[in-house]
Ligand binder design. Structure first.
Ligand code: GLY
Length: 378
């Protein structure tokens, strides 16, 4: 299968997303086409380094590119001020200059931290994303959002800094645990739920192939998700409007992840699956979409082995009121009002700024009571 290129058309900051098997081997050639510099700074984590660092080094060396490498601990805790200081310090020690290339190879944590570090180093150095999880390939590596976490919440400190290239090697997904693939699937289906019912149905129909087979369906799912994200980012790079739709399910997901302490207990994609179910449930309660739509969304996620209800998650020990407080830290909050992405049906999402918080709190209270009764029965 040949690699596919999706262009993100952002004028003089336009770039390609290259999707295909073994595209990692072309990293040196692709980067050489972007800069005359023969120096790169690679950022990765311990797990990804074990599997893919030699192949990346080899690919860079073939094109005469020498690299310094930072290998960071895996996990969300790496997206911290301390790690930002550490990694930018290493970049300065390695004399990385404007014109050199930062290369982020890893999942969303490495991509977000490295993009931020590249964005502030010497007021901006170029970087390339080589996402190694399905979730990063279909979402976080595209669109230039970079960030770290703080005690107040996730991704609250960061900047928009577009990569020069995204290299999505579908082969690296072969070694990914199936839970991580499922988490990425949550974001793939999300694109259909937002604005393309036919894509949602196609994804639902090919769920098992996307999850279990490294074939055409998985590649097509990635390419189509990237195409949709590229169109949204081109229209609204800095999230003044349409890009907000990509946060379907994310207001709830951020509350869930905060309640879980950003630990591996609940993966981001798992929180998004539950969050999308809740967003459609809320839409139904507000009379915006037909009864049964939320059940359809939950069934699609459940068929992928994802949690679809709060009661499918481990007990997070938070009350509805505490969830509301955590959700209010969301970046979308305006004038103290939590902004929700709601839907008038599958593929018909829109941004709502006027949702009564009491309705949301009541719905969460009921969902949490369901959780307690499930656990009592178990
Ligand atoms: N992950 C949502 C966005 O990039 O806008």
């Amino acid at each position: 299968m040949t690699a596919e290129r999706v262009r993100v058309g952002l004028g003089d900051r336009a770039y390609d997303i290259v999707v295909g098997r073994d595209v990692l081997a072309s990293a040196g050639r692709e980067i050489s086409a972007l800069t005359k510099s023969r120096r790169a700074f690679v950022v990765t984590d311990e797990n990804v380094a074990r599997r893919h660092l030699d192949a990346l080094r080899h690919a860079l060396r073939e094109s005469g590119i020498e690299c310094a490498v930072a290998i960071l601990p895996p996990g969300e805790a790496t997206k911290s001020f301390a790690m930002l200081e550490h990694v930018t310090g290493l970049m300065l020690d390695a004399n990385i200059e404007r014109g050199d290339m930062v290369v982020a190879i890893g999942g969303g944590v490495i991509g977000d931290l490295s993009g931020f570090a590249a964005g502030v180093l010497r007021r901006g150095v170029d970087y390339v994303q080589i996402p190694t999880t399905l979730l990063a390939q279909v979402d976080s590596s595209v669109g230039g959002k970079t960030a770290i976490d703080t005690p107040q919440g996730k991704n609250l400190i960061g900047l928009f800094h577009q990569p020069r290239l995204v290299l999505s090697d579908t082969g690296v997904l072969d070694s990914l645990p199936s839970r991580e693939i499922r988490a990425g699937f949550a974001e793939v289906l999300k694109y259909g739920l937002i604005e393309d019912a036919a894509f949602a149905e196609w994804v639902a129909m090919h769920t098992q192939a996307i999850l279990t087979k490294p074939g055409a369906e998985r590649r097509d799912a990635i390419v189509n998700a990237c195409k949709m994200k590229a169109r949204v980012v081109e229209a609204d790079e800095r999230e003044a409007g349409r890009r907000t739709l990509l946060n379907l399910g994310h207001t709830f997901a951020h509350g869930i992840e905060a309640a879980a302490g950003y630990s591996g207990r609940v993966l981001h994609g798992e929180a998004v699956a539950v969050g999308c179910g809740l967003a459609f449930e809320l839409s139904e309660r507000l009379g915006l979409c037909e009864s049964g739509t939320a059940a359809q969304v939950r069934d699609w996620y459940a068929a992928a082995g994802l949690p679809a209800r709060i009661s499918d998650l481990p007990d997070l020990g938070a009350t509805a009121d505490e969830f509301m407080t955590m959700m209010a830290q969301d970046k979308k909050t305006r004038g103290g009002r939590i902004v929700f992405v709601l839907a008038r049906g599958i593929g018909k999402a829109f941004v709502a700024t006027d949702v009564e918080p009491q309705i949301v709190e009541r719905m969460l209270g009921e969902a949490l009571a369901e959780e307690q009764s499930t656990q009592t029965k178990a």
